[in-house]
Write a protein that binds this ligand. Sequence first.
Ligand code: A2P
Length: 347
Amino acid sequence: MKIKVGVLGATGLVGQRFVQLLADHPMFSLEVLAASERSAGKTYKEACNWYLSEGMPESVKDMTVIKTDPKAKEFEDVDIVFSALPSDLAKELEPKFAEDKLVFSNASAYRMEEDVPLIIPEVNEDHFALIDIQRDNRKWDGAIITNPNCSTICLCITLKPIMDNFGLESVFVSTMQAVSGAGYNGVPSMGILDNIIPYIKKEEEKMETESLKILGKFEDNKVKFADFKVSASCHRVPVIDGHLEAIFVKTSEGAEPEEIKEVMEKFDPLKDLDLPTYAKPIVIKEEEDRPQPRLDRNTGKGMSIVVGRIRKDKIFDVKYLALEHNTIRGAAGASVLNAELYVKKYL
Ligand code: A2P
């Protein structure tokens, strides 16, 4: 039997991706679409300014959007909610849903709390163990399970095989981030060509702190943060979907580009689990003008990180480019994959 799920913030940019991924999902049945009071009572097709190039799934068009109220009767039979709420609202509302439901959240509000798992399935599934600690601490029966910031996911997936094989000493990353990452407010800036915004609020801090939690070890009932140095510089560029990152890595043991390529190629930890949203986490492109957002963002239905130009660096050991579909692998897809893995392996 399918597990009943709902989406919070269902009309927003990440919310739409959740709806697209969950509309005809083999494990989950999408029962509730929730948004603000403005949208409540309207059908999803009336409430939603659908921005995805793939059309709106038929099955959701006539569903009635409800107000995001944890006490609403529509939520009674729902076991999992996916949250695409803005962070301030997530802070207030997610704990109310976590009383009796699993909340898979894309919001940043709880990511860095000690007892909240911040998961990338291929990287740190052992951190799901924090759920028991969270339930003890907070006296609730559900849980909040978060996925990282979009740019952090791309970075950490590529760092994981390097860390496991050669150790990490220092990492520098410079991002070129798509406007869809900025939510509805980002959409108007799609009209601004011939420009780059050299600042994204809180993004560099998120990349620098979240990475160390995700790549940290779960020991003695807590996450011991990783201790390599990481420095990020984040920038918004006039691309619709697809974050590109230039990543520079100094390993502890020293590594050649060929060796990095080999460990990235081999990295495929969950391939035998048959998770519906799973795709090979890293796909390598040999052509020197790849990866590019428009050509490569839909690799693995938007779930694969596309890596290219792995080459030697004079200051670090190696440098490479990594591309991620930011609203799929970097947001809704990340959260859905967390839920698929948790349900399949731990529930
Ligand atoms: P709505 O469309 O009704 O305003 P984005 O991140 O793309 O800006 O999307 C934000 C999402 O959060 C939308 O689905 C939006 O719904 C929803 N939202 C905004 N304010 C509230 C609120 N006060 N209560 C519940 N949901 C909200």
